[in-house]
Design a protein around this ligand. Structure first.
Ligand code: FPP
Length: 248
């Protein structure tokens, strides 16, 4: 059996069971992948883009409704300036290059995060893809870009406070649904599964409210090496866990 036969068999087995609606991924390890090979960190990010492309295809093949990818956090600004600017440009160019494939797959791009601080050219490039794909009805890819979980909560609390101040909402009437609806992920179901690559056991300020009941899976695989089979295996593991429904 070849590797691609095994991948196809795994996909078929996973698709025979209920698949999660929403998978979120902390893509970590590009830098280590590159330095381990004596390459500059940006080479790892370039490979990371290839991995992301493969995972979007694999998510589509699985029939996921939502795939969230943590591309750039608010903390990432403190990396060396040249890495930040190369990363910004790489992300913008990669997203732009994906437009035809998104259209062909009927996939939609949304961005989670604050647009302030993002260079105007990068913002416009990404907004263009968001705009062009807005009516597509297949897989939604949510790219967390200049994203911070606490910032997202602060923005939500401020929006709710403004409604209270305007007399539209009473503090005691605020529900979980109101908070969820004020987040960047309004009308997106919470992730069923959160995957983190490259072994770190941390949440790193990602989707803090949304992951309250999410299954977590940390894999030692570095992001550039994370392929379709790794995603299918992660979903197979998720299916094993959820089939227990709290029983032993
Ligand atoms: C993780 O590795 C890298 C990032 C979070 C940067 C951006 C991600 C990509 C370029 C992948 C492609 C994404 C999209 C949406 C097209 P790291 O630099 O934190 O690695 P390290 O922990 O080994 O230093």
């Amino acid at each position: 059996m070849t590797a691609s036969d095994r991948e196809a068999a795994l996909l078929e087995a996973v698709r025979a069971q209920p698949v999660p609606e929403h998978v979120a991924i902390i893509m970590d390890g590009n830098g280590r992948w590159a330095t381990g090979r004596g390459l500059p960190r940006i080479a790892g990010h370039r490979e990371g883009v290839k991995a992301a492309r493969g995972i979007v295809r694999a998510a589509d093949a699985l029939g996921l409704r939502f795939l969230t990818l943590y591309a750039f956090s608010t903390e990432n600004w403190s990396r060396p300036l040249d890495e930040v600017s190369m990363l910004m440009n790489l992300l913008e160019r990669s997203v732009h290059a994906e437009l035809p494939e998104f259209m062909a797959r009927n996939a939609r791009l949304r961005v989670l995060g604050q647009t302030r601080r993002v260079p105007l050219g990068v913002r416009r490039g990404i907004d263009h893809v968001v705009h062009e794909t807005r009516n597509n009805t297949g897989l939604t890819v949510l790219m967390a870009f200049n994203y911070g979980g606490r910032d997202e909560l602060l923005d939500a609390f401020r929006a709710l406070a403004r409604q209270v101040q305007a007399g539209e909402l009473k503090p005691e009437d605020i529900t979980e649904k109101d908070v969820s609806g004020a987040l960047y992920t309004a009308d997106v179901p919470d992730p069923d599964l959160l995957i983190r690559t490259s072994g770190e056991m941390r949440i790193s300020n990602f989707l803090l409210w949304q992951i309250a009941y999410t299954e977590l899976l940390v894999t030692p695989v570095l992001w550039p090496d994370f392929g379709a089979s790794d995603l299918y295996q992660a979903v197979a593991e998720f299916q094993k866990r959820t089939r227990r429904f709290g029983r032993v």
